[in-house]
Design a protein around this ligand. Structure first.
Ligand code: PGA
Length: 250
């Protein structure tokens, strides 16, 4: 039985003051442990988030990491620095990183590996554009993205990985994939994971849906067999994010 996880992706939003206010509200409502909850916050908010959430089970995550352990990489953050701050999960390969920062499948794979090595959960994002879906090549593309991201990750560590399906046409657009469309691809991703690691490991890997999840559509998405939660952007910046967490409990 996979435990659901709801991860807020704050992107480039929230000052430390805003972080403190929102997380103080959210933590009061997230007392039980039936769903995992995480916030992938900007680097500058990590320490504040850790302080506010210290007495809770809510996980603090990052949105990016560099592949190298240290050195002359101006502006970058290493896995050791994340570890030092108490980060327990990190997004890799988000479509915005792929699009604006040239993150390739190879880079995604390297990042996933350095994170696993440091016992930080990689949340690996994969997904297609509208054009790719209309051309009917989205499943092939997702197969390639998933396989390349998982390359050389040992089967003993595979269950720690979270894979997040983000149809790019549903990111920040207000358009959500229908729960059937989301389920179709999430179950396909599980099938790919089974091709790589076998069925029993694939049954334990958490696969999330990403794209305009909100308090109104979350319940239906979470009811799908192969959707184990969500990575939530815009709707994680408000106290109503609590309703999305609650939707994962039922
Ligand atoms: P959205 O963003 O929920 O605002 O669509 C999700 C994401 O890109 O992580």
């Amino acid at each position: 039985m996979r435990k659901k996880i709801v991860i807020g992706n704050w992107k480039m939003n929230m000052t430390r003051g805003e972080t403190k206010s929102l997380l103080t509200i959210v933590k009061e409502s997230v007392k039980d442990n039936t769903v995992d909850v995480a916030f992938a916050v900007p680097f500058t908010d990590i320490e504040t988030a850790r302080d506010v959430l210290e007495d809770t089970n809510i996980i603090v995550g990052a949105q990016n990491v560099h592949t190298e352990p240290r050195g002359a990489y101006t502006g970058e953050i290493s896995v050791e620095m994340l570890k030092d701050l108490g980060v327990d999960c990190c997004i890799v390969g988000h479509s915005e990183r792929r699009k604006y920062f040239g993150e390739t499948d190879e880079i995604v794979n390297k990042k996933a590996k350095v994170l696993i090595e440091a016992n930080i959960i990689p949340v690996i994002c994969v997904g297609e554009t509208l054009d790719e879906r209309e051309q009917g090549i989205h499943l092939d593309l997702i197969r390639t993205q998933v396989k390349k991201a998982l390359a050389d990750i040992e089967s003993t560590r595979a269950e720690e990985v979270i894979i997040a399906y983000e149809p790019l046409w549903a990111i920040g657009t207000g358009v959500t994939a229908s729960s059937e469309q989301a389920e179709e691809v999430c179950s396909f991703i599980r099938y790919i994971v089974a091709e790589v690691y076998g069925v029993s490991i694939s049954e334990n890997v958490r696969i999330l849906y990403v794209g305009s999840v909100n308090e109104n559509n979350a319940k239906e998405l979470f009811a799908m067999e192969n959707i184990d939660g969500a990575l939530v952007g815009g709707a994680s910046l408000k106290p109503t994010f609590i309703e999305i967490i609650n939707a994962a409990k039922e």
